[in-house]
Ligand binder design. Structure first.
Ligand SMILES: [Zn+2]
Length: 375
C-alpha cells in the first residue's frame, strides 16, 4: 500500500466536532470530506491544523477532482458518540448553552415540581426514581444521582448528550439516564421520561404479571397495554436496552423486579402516565378483595376508546392489526384474574411459535369453559 491520502467522508453531517476530528485522526485520515455548509467547531479546527488534516468541501472536491472519490475511504461510524445507528452520524455536537436558556429554566422547574409529586405520592423512595427532558437533538436535562425527588432544586439538575456524557450541571447525572436515552433514540416523539417505583405497579413488576385491559377508560386511552421488560442490573447498558423492543408501541413499561418507566411529550404528561398506571393497578387489587368478578368494557365500546387514543396521537400496540391475535390473547384470561401472564403483545418473551400459541389458546379456553361450567 502506497502512502496515499486517506479521506473520510462526513458530507452527511452538518457539523464537524473535535470528536469527529479525533476519530478521523485515529482512523489515519489526512483529509475530511465535508458538505458545503458544514460548521466546524473552533476546537475541531485547531485539532485538524495540529494534525495536518485537510478539510475538503464536497462541492470543491467534485469540481476539482472528480476522481477523488475513487481512492477515498469513507468511514462509517466516524462519529465518536459510539452509537450504532445511522442517525448517530448526523447527530449534532451537544450545545451546553441550551442548559441556561429560558426554556431550560422552565423545564428545570417542571422537573422539580414533578419530582415532588412523585415523592408525595410515594412513587419514589430514598434517592430513587429519575426524570429527564430532551431539550435539543443531542441535549437531555436530567435529575442528579443521590438526591431525593422531594428535595430537588433547579440548581441540582444536569444535562447530558445522547450518549450519557455530562455536558452541564455541577451534580453528577443519574446513573439510570441510559434507560431514558435509549427511549429518546428509539422514539422521536418522546420528549420526557419518568422512571419511578410506585408500589402497586411495582407489585406487578415483581411478579412478572401485567394487568388486564378494558376495565377503566382512562387507562385504555392514556396507557393501554403495558409492556414488561426483562430484569437486568439497573444502571447498565444491558438494562437500558431491555426497553427498546417495547417503547415504540407502549408509552409505559413495567421493568421486571424494579419499577416502571413512562415517556411522553412533556414531563408532566410522563408523570401522569405513572399516576394512571399506579392507580389502575391499585384499583384492580382493591376490586379483587370484593370477591366479585370485575366487569369489562365491551369490545365495541373498547374500540371507541382506541379511536379516541388514536386521535390523541398516543401509541398502542393494538393499532398494529397484524398483531391483533396476540393482543386478543391477553384478554382471554381466566375470569376475574387481575394479573395476567404477559403475551408477546405485552412485551413478554417474544413471539411464540404457532404451536405454543395454539396450546395457550386451548389452556385459556379450557379454563374459561371450566369456570362457566362450574356456575
Ligand atoms: Zn429505579
Amino acid at each position: 500500500m502506497k502512502n496515499e491520502a486517506k479521506s473520510i467522508d462526513i458530507t452527511g453531517q452538518k457539523l464537524l466536532s473535535v470528536r469527529d476530528a479525533q476519530s478521523a485522526h485515529a482512523a489515519g485520515a489526512s483529509r475530511i470530506l465535508v458538505c458545503e455548509n458544514c460548521v466546524v467547531t473552533p476546537s475541531a479546527r485547531d485539532f485538524l491544523a495540529q494534525n495536518n488534516i485537510a478539510l475538503v468541501s464536497s462541492a470543491a472536491s467534485k469540481a476539482a477532482a472528480p476522481a477523488a472519490h475513487a481512492d477515498a475511504a469513507p468511514v462509517t461510524g466516524l462519529s465518536a458518540y459510539g452509537a450504532n445507528s445511522g442517525a448517530a452520524l448526523s447527530r449534532t455536537a451537544p450545545n451546553p448553552k441550551l442548559f441556561f436558556t429560558p426554556e431550560a429554566e422552565a423545564i428545570k422547574k417542571e422537573i422539580c415540581a414533578v419530582g415532588r409529586k412523585l415523592w408525595m405520592r410515594q412513587f419514589v423512595d430514598g434517592n430513587g426514581g429519575n426524570i429527564s427532558y430532551r431539550i435539543g437533538p443531542n441535549e437531555v436535562i436530567c435529575t442528579p444521582t443521590l438526591v431525593s425527588k422531594f428535595d430537588l432544586t433547579p440548581e441540582d439538575l444536569s444535562m447530558v448528550d445522547l450518549e450519557g456524557n455530562q455536558i452541564a450541571g455541577t451534580r453528577p447525572r443519574t446513573s439510570e439516564i441510559f434507560l431514558h436515552l435509549e427511549i429518546y433514540k428509539a422514539v422521536s416523539e418522546a420528549k420526557s421520561c419518568v422512571h419511578c417505583h410506585p408500589p402497586h405497579a411495582t407489585a406487578y413488576a415483581i411478579t412478572g404479571k401485567v394487568p388486564p385491559n378494558m376495565v377503566i377508560p382512562e387507562f385504555e386511552v392514556f396507557v393501554g397495554k403495558v409492556a414488561i421488560s426483562p430484569y437486568k442490573t439497573p444502571g447498565t447498558a444491558e438494562f437500558a436496552q431491555t426497553v427498546i423492543p417495547f417503547v415504540k408501541q407502549h408509552n409505559t413499561v413495567l421493568l421486571q423486579n424494579h419499577g416502571i418507566i413512562c415517556w411522553a411529550d412533556t414531563v408532566t404528561h410522563a408523570e401522569w402516565y405513572a399516576e394512571v398506571l399506579e392507580t389502575y393497578c391499585w384499583t384492580l387489587m382493591l376490586a379483587a378483595q370484593l370477591g366479585t368478578p370485575i366487569s369489562r368494557i365491551s369490545e365495541e365500546q373498547g374500540s371507541e376508546l382506541l379511536a379516541i387514543k388514536k386521535k390523541l396521537g398516543l401509541p398502542d400496540i393494538r393499532f398494529d392489526t397484524s398483531r391483533m391475535k396476540e393482543c386478543q390473547l391477553s384478554d382471554l384470561e381466566v375470569p376475574n384474574s387481575i394479573a395476567l401472564t404477559p403475551t408477546p403483545c405485552d412485551g413478554g418473551t417474544g413471539r411464540p411459535a404457532e404451536a405454543d400459541l395454539e396450546a395457550l389458546i386451548k389452556s385459556v379456553t379450557d379454563a374459561v369453559m371450566g369456570a362457566i361450567g362450574s356456575k
